[in-house]
Design a protein around this ligand. Structure first.
Ligand SMILES: Nc1ncnc2c1ncn2[C@@H]1O[C@H](COP(=O)(O)OP(=O)(O)OP(=O)(O)O)[C@@H](O)[C@H]1O
Length: 236
């Protein structure tokens, strides 16, 4: 599903260049659930931004679902992003003046899906995350865990090939975090490929494979025995 070969990325800081990714190689197969770990500054976000087609590497190659991702114009990049990728962020990134339902329906609007179908699909995904009864509520009427569930429903709405989650539990308490991870595990059980960036060890161990980054290189890449969340934190 994802093939990364010898990826390098530097940032220019005045006359200095900061070499952040120093030859990253890794593949993610369809249906995997992988976490990317590493201390602050190790390059996690830089790598995720490249995977999410929000930034480009300086060297190396990135292939997503068989398509080389390189020097795409913004229109094609946006189309690929919409078609292939679903994003989940630490701070949810919901639109505050739109209902939960409208937030979930948003990516479908950009795909040109008609209103009735958008509503049906958005409701379906809200049901999937346990929030159908909250469809008409605004984000500020929801708890943090509920907001993240809406964001997960939105990420799923366009049925992307890969879910990219950037610290998805970073703004949540432990019990709520486990509930959200339980939901994400369930989505992976149904076959969705998922990549989670986290610096929390317990969250990483809820995935099936941990890629450890240090100073821009992969220190370790190993399959782990997945800890199943048991929080039963539905709707939190
Ligand atoms: N746009 C940018 N311009 C210059 N330097 C940057 C830029 N983005 C990131 N960096 C630097 O690149 C390095 C890696 O940053 P990155 O955000 O990828 O690390 P991270 O592992 O995600 O860290 P954190 O866990 O704190 O988010 C850091 O030293 C950071 O300061």
């Amino acid at each position: 599903m994802i093939e990364i070969k010898d990826l390098h990325k530097s940032y220019q800081m005045g006359s200095n260049s900061l070499h952040v990714l120093k030859g990253i190689n890794f593949n993610v197969s369809e249906g995997e659930m992988v976490s990317i770990m590493g201390s602050s500054g190790s390059g996690k976000s830089t790598l995720l931004n490249i995977l999410g087609m929000l930034d480009e590497a300086d060297e190396g190659s990135y292939t997503l679902d068989g398509k080389p991702i390189k020097k795409l114009n913004e229109k094609v990049a946006a189309k690929y992003r919409n078609q292939f990728l679903g994003f989940i962020f630490q701070s949810f990134n919901l639109i505050n003046y739109k209902s939960a339902l409208d937030n979930v329906a948003m990516p479908l609007y950009y795909q040109g899906v008609k209103r009735a179908e958008r509503t049906d699909k958005a409701l379906h995904y809200l049901e999937k995350v346990g929030l159908a009864e909250w469809a008409t509520h605004l984000p500020n009427e929801l708890s943090g865990g509920q907001k993240q569930r809406v964001a997960i429903a939105r990420a799923l709405a366009s049925d992307p090939k890969v879910l990219l989650a950037d610290e998805p539990t970073g703004a949540l308490d432990t019990k709520t975090s486990y509930g959200v991870m339980e939901l994400i595990q369930g989505i992976n059980d149904e076959g969705k490929t998922i990549i989670v960036v986290t610096h929390e060890d317990d969250i990483a161990h809820m995935t099936k494979r941990i890629v450890n980054l240090k100073d821009g290189v992969i220190l370790d890449d190993s399959v782990v025995s997945q800890v199943r969340a048991v929080a039963n934190a539905q709707n939190q």
